[in-house]
Design a protein. Structure first.
Length: 87
């Protein structure tokens, strides 16, 4: 019975991670693109939106990298703790 609870917990953690990664990308790209559109309208240009989109994508990728890096760090610490208990 314990195994089933662990599986359910892992499923929810995975779903949470996927949602968090998606939101980080959407917010980063959406906010910078909206800023680019606004700047293009104010300045009468047509290229700032594209630049801001790519800056937002780069920022989103950086955010995703940090999230995944933290998760792997936490997992490594958890595995180290478990292996020390086994000794």
């Amino acid at each position: 019975m314990k195994q089933r609870g662990d599986d359910r917990k892992k499923t929810f953690q995975t779903f949470s991670l996927i949602t968090q990664i998606g939101l980080v990308m959407i917010v980063a790209i959406g906010m910078t693109t909206a800023l680019g559109v606004w700047l293009d309208r104010k300045l009468g240009t047509s290229f700032i939106t594209v630049i801001m989109f790519f800056l937002g994508a780069a920022g989103g990728c950086q955010g995703v990298y940090r999230i995944v890096k933290q998760i792997f760090k936490d997992e490594d610490e958890k595995n180290d703790t478990i292996s020390k208990k086994d000794r």
